[in-house]
Design a protein around this ligand. Sequence first.
Ligand code: NAD
Length: 453
Amino acid sequence: MKITIIGTGYVGLVTGACLAELGNDVFCLDVDQKKIDLLNNGGIPIHEPGLEEVVARNRAAGRIRFSTDVAASVAHGVLQFIAVGTPPDEDGSADLQYVLAAARNIGRHMDGFKVIVDKSTVPVGTADRVAAAIREELSARGGNGEFSVVSNPEFLKEGAAVEDFMRPDRIVIGHDDSPAGQRARDMMKLLYAPFNRNHERTYWMDVRSAEFTKYAANAMLATRISFMNELANLADQVGADIEAVRQGIGSDPRIGYSFLYAGAGYGGSCFPKDVQALERTARQYDRELLILQAVEAVNDRQKRVLGDKVVSRFGGDLSGKHFAVWGLAFKPNTDDMREAPSRVLLQELIERGATVSVYDPVAMAEARRVLELDLGADKMSRIRFAEAPMDTLDGAQALVIVTEWKAFRSPDFEAIKARLVNPVIIDGRNLYEPGLMTQQGIEYHGIGRSILT
Ligand code: NAD
């Protein structure tokens, strides 16, 4: 099938590459000329396991192309996927300017039937606004093309995006029952048929329910994280081990083990903004989502937990003190620094006068860029970007772990001890066993693991 993807970011590029891999003819559009040039020169703008190979293979086969040519992109696909960003507006609601700009471009250039697929995460009712924007453009130029807007939210996880897209747990598609909506449904069915061969994974529903499903999923996942973080902080005080508690409750199939890890708070481009946007939608209907307000407040506090642990161990004045930090990306296997807890930690350490040595396996360049925005160019001299994890340790008062990269799971503890000023690890992801750390002679501070013995 001929497919256009509007917005070549994390979701758009993965969607385009994976649909090309299945034999479709894909046109990826972006307004960012640099990104398109990079892709056309064989580069990849994001770190995502397996993506480079899929893009290269399909470019070589002529099944995927990258361009900034709007008219050509609208002409190309009967299916027009909108995968542009929906960042939070000042009041926390989803900013739809990019989605609506994409819709207007379609209306301005379309000729013949089009299915507009909302893949961006958008508030309930957005499909109606997308349809209105297209209609407005169509009527401004006296056109009367037929189209249907469907909702097909994306559930991929950064760091495992290609795998998630190729082997989805579920595909959610919302459409209306008009003749154009039925035609759109048939085309979506055909497009996703390869994913349903083993068993049916598609959930068909009305458009508003599909839009809502994406927010409900992210709100539920964020809730599980904040719930465990709140209990972990109490566990620290009462002398219980949150990891033992996690296993004890996870064994109940009604609860399950997934997404119950205590840590330094959630970040990334989705949970923080989607929780806020759902709260904002509720407020527009004079409703307060009390649970989600708490989820957000707990997370804001949790992002400060590592800084708090440093201060309670080393005091509020950190001037002249040096710290090692492992992990900067908001989670492993990505270079995404959006809303990353490391940014909150580094800001606090630097403001209190410390210097830091940091290491992340893939996010160093992106970290340099965002930390300069956070801290200002003059304070960047207080951060040293190390070449390897162990190179962060010399002269550091403690090692602070923020992201659970696999490479940090089994380090050489003897070498860590020898290189740190004090044998102290403050572990924001509970990578190590407290008992083993004590045996190694390491003073260990996890999240919710201050077991009384
Ligand atoms: P992103 O910022 O990585 O990419 C968005 C791209 O759209 C950018 O390259 C931007 O230049 C481009 N763009 C903006 N306006 C455009 C226009 N009018 N025409 C063409 N291109 C335009 O964003 P992302 O992380 O891929 O997220 C996209 C959407 O998918 C968001 O709504 C997000 O909430 C949702 N989502 C993201 C993830 C994720 O893990 N990143 C997962 C599921 C859903």
